[in-house]
Design a binder for this molecule. Structure first.
Ligand SMILES: Cc1ncc(C[n+]2csc(CCOP(=O)(O)OP(=O)(O)O)c2C)c(N)n1
Ligand code: SF4
Ligand SMILES: [Mg+2]
Length: 292
């Protein structure tokens, strides 16, 4: 069975979005696949010696070099005449938008035939929920504690998918573990295209975001419905939005997560304003059919 490519019995927390993401990626990719995974929850939960959850060859890399290792695997397979094999790099938001950004940029710029997937739980989860550059504005983490003088994390998320798209690669997409059909379709499409591909998957983490483990999917849906996470594809530089927000306010998304419970109405207003601006920009970008 395809699901055996990422087997049950791994060590993930209940409701783990990394496990949901990988399970769907592997269902879409199939057995003719080699994976490189960066040190992150995805590796901690799936490769504890002497056990493995993987039903394909999977190389555990350092925190920073999943893209560099995938690039090397791709070249090695080319030399062996095995260009039919899917090469996928998987890393967290820290391993992608912080310490691995250089390796990712190099992989995209050199044009490797690799799909890179970042599952974004918006912090360094496996090492104790530290802030990353993907942590949203106002969020509690252990290194951005809110208090009398602090709102929590003081920066907005780094626009990772747009940074990837700026390399003028053939395919970039955002996705969510709450929309598995959309995620699988995007993985399949990416793997059908030659060259570097990048998919940024939102991954609501019950431990770090402070919600009940039964709510991973409902929190992911609220992100999309409120416009906090926009599902889109950029094919050859042209943006297409896949799902429109339903008009729900960001407060509905924020209030179900303990990491935002300290926010005041003016803070929520600031986040809403930013989401409205971003949504307007995405719509204009789509309408203009302007290549990035
Ligand atoms: C050079 C280096 N610095 C720090 C670490 C410790 N470390 C391992 S994984 C990680 C954070 C990973 O965060 P992310 O990529 O977002 O994955 P997550 O744990 O959230 O799934 C850190 C700080 C390391 N392995 N190597
Ligand atoms: S901390 Fe979050 S992402 Fe990491 S294993 Fe637990 S649920 Fe999954
Ligand atoms: Mg993370």
């Amino acid at each position: 069975m395809m699901t055996d490519l990422f087997r049950k019995g791994h060590n993930a927390c209940a409701g783990c979005p990394a496990a949901i993401a990988i399970r769907n990626i592997m269902q879409a990719a199939g057995p003719n696949t080699i994976v490189s995974i960066a040190t992150s929850c995805s590796e901690i939960i799936s490769t504890q010696y002497p056990r493995t959850a993987w039903g394909v060859n999977c190389v555990h890399c350092a925190f920073e070099n999943a893209a560099a290792v995938a690039s090397g695997i791709e070249k090695a397979m080319k030399v062996r005449g095995r260009e039919d094999i899917n090469i996928i790099a998987i890393a967290g938001d820290g391993g992608t938008s912080d310490i691995g950004l250089q390796a990712l940029s190099g992989m995209l710029e050199r044009g490797h035939n690799v799909l890179y997937v970042c599952y974004d739980n918006e912090c360094y989860a496996n090492t104790g929920i530290q802030r990353s550059s993907a942590t949203p504005y106002g969020a509690w983490t252990t290194t951005s504690p809110p208090g009398r003088l602090s709102i929590g994390n003081e920066t907005f998320k780094k626009p990772l998918a747009e940074i990837a798209a700026a390399h003028k690669i053939p395919y970039v997409a955002t996705a969510s573990v709450a929309y598995p059909d959309d995620l699988q379709r995007k993985v399949k499409k990416a793997l059908s295209i030659r060259g570097p591909k990048f998919i940024h998957v939102q991954a609501p983490c019950p431990i770090a975001w402070r919600f009940d483990s039964s709510m991973t999917v409902s929190v992911g849906r609220l992100a999309v419905e409120t416009g906090m996470w926009v599902l889109y594809e950029i094919e050859n530089g042209i943006l297409k939005i896949n799902q429109r927000p339903t008009g729900k306010k960001v407060e509905e998304y924020l209030k179900v997560q303990g990491r935002f419970k300290h926010l005041k109405p003016k803070d929520i207003e600031k986040i809403q304003k930013r989401v409205d601006e971003d949504w307007k920009n995405y719509q204009e970008w789509e309408k203009a059919e302007v290549k990035l």
